[in-house]
Design a protein around this ligand. Structure first.
Ligand code: USQ
Length: 415
């Protein structure tokens, strides 16, 4: 198939491009390198320097003989998006091309606007370009499990049957997201659902959990084929951060008591889920949601697993309960359905001790590159920030001053 990967220079986009190229698809990557600019702007670069897209594509050709196309384009430029679809005539588009961080979106007004403008405008442009250039093309959109929040009932896959005043209907599942980033995905979902309904486009909205992992079969084919690994407080996600913290001898940063529960998946399963979606497209006019995660853990369970495994490697790891910088339920019911991808044939790579050990070992090799000042959370969601700002006489930012601690001097434990 001819497949376009939007945001194909990123943590998941690049491994997806290689994975699908290796399976015989004609792959072209579209990216405007915005993520690389945000990383520089905030001084939160990935653990290892990531080769430029041009060099990655050359390295891929050298390693496999296969060609991955590349186009530099901003999805917020409609003429460019339309031009790419016109030239490439894709059978499927995989859309990762969004600002992916919740803390980034909660940092200040500017970043909240950047997140929502970039994400929502980009997706709207893709929808209009599909309508005009490729109405049969299948849009596989990366959404997030965070769209649902943590309701006190079971979470379904996108839709829920409701009985109200004696009548029944199947309606979009209620969304209670926890950041302006997660909200941007909800707005996207609504726009995509609408476009499928009125224009008969077809789309799979992958409500993905928190991804972990450094390696895929393709990134292992050469040092220039690595993907970006973030451990910082902006772009790093929970398990990846904990592994980096353990490798660097820093206490693990559990927010609050760590009883918040989330869905997780291995980066290898992200690739397979996307492939399964592409190979099994929906009907014209169909908008479907797959909940894309394989296991649920509390944050404290994850930290405890990392602590035990790092102990086996001779690392002495502490768990530190920080005051939670986010506004999220501290303890809650969480039971989310994730059946549809299993029905299509997904065989999950479940989190094992071996995997944590190999992640730890791999990060440990480069532990000297870890910049400790980027670890502690500095973006506050709620009133704590207001108080801190008032105390500092500042107005505009929820970014707290750079902490002087590490390791040893802890934020107050929340228990
Ligand atoms: N957390 C900690 N300590 C840390 C980092 C995170 O306790 O050092 C906690 C957070 O409070 C939160 C949970 O871990 O309860 C997950 O946080 P995260 O930073 O790993 O993930 P999140 O902000 O939810 O976002 C990530 C990706 C995003 C994706 C989302 C899937 O950055 O692109 O959409 O995971 S989900 O969480 O299912 O919405």
């Amino acid at each position: 198939m001819r497949i376009l990967i939007l945001g194909g220079d990123g943590y998941l986009g690049w491994p997806t491009a290689m994975y699908l190229s290796r399976r015989g698809h004609e792959v072209t990557v579209v990216d405007n390198f915005a993520k690389r600019r945000w990383e520089k702007e905030l001084s939160v670069l990935p653990l290892l320097p990531v080769p430029l897209l041009g060099d990655r594509v050359k390295a891929w050709k050298k390693a496999t003989g296969l060609t991955i196309g590349k186009v530099e384009a901003d999805l917020c430029d409609f003429a460019l998006v339309k031009g790419v679809l016109h030239d490439f005539e894709p059978h499927a588009i995989i859309h990762y091309g969004e600002q992916p961080s919740a803390p980034f979106s909660m940092m200040d007004c500017h970043r909240a606007v950047v997140t929502q403008t970039n994400n929502i405008t980009g997706t709207l442009n893709v929808l209009w370009a599909l309508r005009e250039q490729a109405p049969d093309c299948h849009l596989v959109k990366l959404g997030t499990m965070g769209e649902y929040g943590t309701p006190n009932i079971d979470i379904e896959e996108g839709f829920i049957e409701i009985e109200h005043n004696g009548r029944r209907d199947v309606l979009p599942y209620p969304k209670q997201p926890g950041s302006f980033y997660h909200l941007s995905k909800v707005h996207d979902s609504n726009n995509i659902l609408f476009a499928c309904r009125v224009w008969k486009l077809r789309s799979t909205d992958l409500h993905q959990g928190v991804v972990y992992g450094i390696e895929t079969d393709e990134t292992r084919l050469g040092p220039e084929l690595i993907t970006s690994f973030h451990y910082d407080h902006i772009f790093g996600t929970a398990l990846n951060r904990f592994c980096a913290q353990a490798a660097a001898g820093i206490p693990l940063t559990v927010y609050g008591a760590g009883k918040q529960k989330r869905g997780f998946l291995n980066i290898r399963d992200t690739l397979r889920c996307v492939e399964l979606s592409v190979l099994n497209p929906p009907q014209a006019g169909e908008y479907r949601v797959f909940n894309q995660f394989t296991e649920t853990f509390t944050i404290l369970e994850l930290a405890s697993l990392v602590k035990v495994q790092s102990g086996k490697l001779g690392l002495k790891t502490e768990i530190q309960h920080l005051a939670n910088p986010r506004v999220e339920a501290a303890e809650h019911y969480y039971n989310a359905r994730h059946q549809k991808l299993l029905d299509l044939g997904l065989k999950p790579h479940l989190l094992s001790e071996v995997l944590i050990e190999s992640m730890l070992a791999s990060v440990r090799e480069n532990a000297h590159l870890i910049r400790q000042e980027t670890i502690l959370p500095r973006v506050q969601w709620g009133h704590a920030a207001r108080a801190a700002r008032a105390a500092a006489g500042a107005h505009e930012s929820t970014l707290l001053p750079e902490p002087a601690m590490l390791p040893g001097r802890a934020h107050p434990a929340e228990g």
